[in-house]
Design a protein around this ligand. Structure first.
Ligand code: PMP
Length: 354
């Protein structure tokens, strides 16, 4: 039975990527060896790393603009501290839009003064704060473009002269932005890019080297830049699968092509949430995410029936995060329109039944 995978992450990747990736486990590049057993210093793998790094910059439109792409380990959670370790000398600003921003703030406090420039905690993070003041003397400003748990997404980024740092873990490569507005972007691979195990960091080189603190080698961006993301053994397989996904995206027409599809999928689902009286959207309408749609049942008595209906239809991963409850439909790049239509049909069927 066909599965429709709405999981928030790790999550769906393109079928053709799964096929090619599984082939490489058996025989990589007709070498007679598995990608899992070759040296990371072999030419075949160095080529993979270089292609992955350059595709990331190409798709973001950042080639030749002073940026470097790295594939690191430790998840986006390690970036919470690495960004501050490398860039926080005195004071940094953070926009608090959810659990992940909160965790980034907690780590930054180990390194200097942290100013929460705005927060949406007062309404369980169901909106993106607007109209706040940004201090002029920040080392950087950190924000989270898409709040995976709460289903909100920044549509207008803060305007500041300080370097802008963004956690794009759950919407990278999903919609077109002027990525050159950001000095540092990081994203765990396990949503739109690949399996868990690597984190993409895209960094404008000229923001580095301005702080006094000594940084341990593995946590210093300059170490990884100087060694072309191969200072230590990189996560070979996650980087390879990420490279295949980035190739897939390029072939499809890049970010603008996938954005069109993502908008169609999100519109289809949000229209149903708004029109169907049995469902209520969680996030403020103007801040809704096109990646993670959060919603609840108007009448909890229907939960058992609804859960049985979507499970029977092959839908996976629809339960909401415990801090929001209800449901969360994650519609990452590789999820088809057909899968969203299956969910919307079930929501309509529930209304007809109830
Ligand atoms: N930031 C965001 C926006 C996330 O969604 C997640 C995890 N889903 C993280 C950070 C943490 O990522 P990791 O598990 O890779 O450390």
């Amino acid at each position: 039975m066909k599965k429709h995978n709405f999981s928030a992450g790790p999550c769906i990747l393109p079928q053709e990527v799964f096929k090619e990736a599984s082939q490489a486990v058996l025989d990589f590049n007709n070498s007679g060896l598995s990608i899992l057993e070759i040296s990371h210093r072999s030419k075949d793998f160095v080529d993979v790393m270089e292609e992955a790094r350059s595709l990331a910059l190409e798709l973001l439109g950042l080639e030749g603009k002073g940026y470097k792409a790295l594939f690191l380990q430790g998840g986006a959670s390690t970036q919470f501290l690495m960004t501050a370790y490398n860039l926080l000398q005195t004071k940094a600003g953070y926009l608090n839009t959810g659990t992940w921003s909160d965790k980034a703030i907690k780590e930054a406090k180990f390194f200097g003064e942290v100013v929460e420039i705005a927060s949406s905690k007062d309404r369980n993070f169901n909106y993106i704060p607007k109209g706040y003041n940004i201090p002029k003397d920040l080392d950087y400003l950190h924000c989270t473009s898409n709040n995976t748990i709460f289903g909100t997404q920044i549509k207008k980024f803060p305007i500041t002269d300080a370097p802008l740092i963004c956690d794009m873990s759950s919407d990278i490569f999903s919609k077109q932005l002027d990525f050159s507005k950001f000095s540092l972007i990081y994203a765990g691979a396990q949503k739109n890019m690949g399996p868990a195990g690597t984190t993409l960091v895209v960094i404008k080189e000229d923001i580095l080297g301005n702080i006094e603190r000594k940084i341990p080698s593995m946590l210093d961006y300059q170490t990884h830049i100087s060694k072309a993301s191969m200072y230590n053994t990189p996560p070979v397989y996650p980087v390879y699968v990420s490279m295949l996904t980035l190739r897939w995206l390029k072939k499809l027409g890049g970010i603008s092509a996938i954005e069109e599809l993502n908008d169609k999928k999100a519109n289809l689902l949000y229209s149903e949430i708004d029109l169907n009286p049995l469902f209520k959207g969680f996030a403020a309408k103007e801040d809704r995410s096109n990646m993670n749609a959060t919603f609840t049942l108007a009448n909890e008595d229907l939960k058992e029936t609804f859960d049985a209906m979507w499970t029977e239809a092959g839908i996976n991963g629809l339960n909401g995060h415990r801090s929001v409850g209800g449901y969360r439909a994650s519609m990452y790049n590789a999820l088809s329109m057909e899968s969203v239509a299956v969910l919307v049909d079930i929501m309509g069927d529930l209304e007809r039944k109830a």
